[in-house]
Design a protein around this ligand. Sequence first.
Ligand code: PLP
Length: 406
Amino acid sequence: MEFDVQAIRRRFPILSRTIGGKPLIYLDNAATSQTPDMVVGEIERFYTRSKANVHRGVHTLSQEATDLQESARRAVRDYINAASEREIIFTRGTTEAINLVASSYGGGFPEGGEIILTVMEHHANIVPWQLLQRHKNLKLKVVDINERGELDLEQYRSLFSDCTVMASFCHVSNVLGTVNPVKEMIAYAHSRGVPVLVDGAQGAPHLPVDVRDLDCDFYVFSSHKMYGPTGVGVLYGRENLLELMPPYQGGGEMIGKVTFEHTTFADLPFKFEAGTPDFVGIAAFAKAIEFIREVGIGNIEAQEHRLLRLATEEMERMPGMRIFGTAPGKSAVISFLVGDIHPYDLGMLLDKMGVAVRTGHHCAEPLMDRLGIPGTVRASFAVYNTEEEVGAFIEALKKAVKIFGY
Ligand code: PLP
């Protein structure tokens, strides 16, 4: 498809909104991306034409709903090139997917096991492992970064020991934008017999993902960051591992046969999908994947990089500007501070000019501590952002910092 950003923008009704009389410039895409008409349309169509619970009925609507959910599972399998849809578990999001693995797979860790994380992790990839620490005497080991925000790979390798039971790290940092060399890191972990979870919340929306090429054991991501609806996420897990893992939650859908004496569990993937799933959201997520395929992940990457380059060049020229994360090939996220201006103050002023950015610790407090800052302002781009918007953002930023004397 020929890349036409204006045609893409027309598919996102929210982008024609104004904020305080100014056109909305939405640069908070790393938190959640906006949703195209075909996804919203699918939600409406489902509720008005096909709603019935999945996997429970013989009637037409129930079968339609089930077919839609299962074809979404195939769409996800294809998107990440998993070997089988048995390896695709629908969750509420990245956070639930990591909790599932920590609780179910982690439940089998031996006392004294060591888990390798990195200092750039989102809280979603820290706290579930800490919860597991409560029950077991586990140790977390943390890989540091260099001044560009890249992982220290030598240190990463040195942290492995005979006690290492898991390595879990992000594909792309939600603060620094660093794209980690996950394939190389997975290969090393495997050479030490250690399984790997990749937090793909910021990977799957922006980069081609091939779980078989990466050879990861688990890969997790969220629909709402990929132009899809909220409340849906994915756990990809290697089938032989998922087979061995106990269920995470109990209830309907996940059982084989229930008696008061003994219960057997359903096959994959249903063993991990207790209760009624967000089947409307799941079907709409399939439309989001269709949208990404139509636009082309290569076009998405290219557009986002164009905007990143343009914004970075302009920002680097601004007095007092500090950008956190300057790794080559980074993803389209710019975290920054200007002089001693508090990030909230900048964020508020930008909002008054129609520019939506995120401020704060971005759910990465250990990283903020490592950088010695309380938080940053973060601008993050998606495929529908334009060069004109970057220009307007820079103008707004210049005006805002001038108020503080920069
Ligand atoms: N991991 C990373 C790297 C993220 O950026 C996020 C969300 O910002 C998450 C995990 C958590 O995702 P969710 O809130 O969709 O579960």
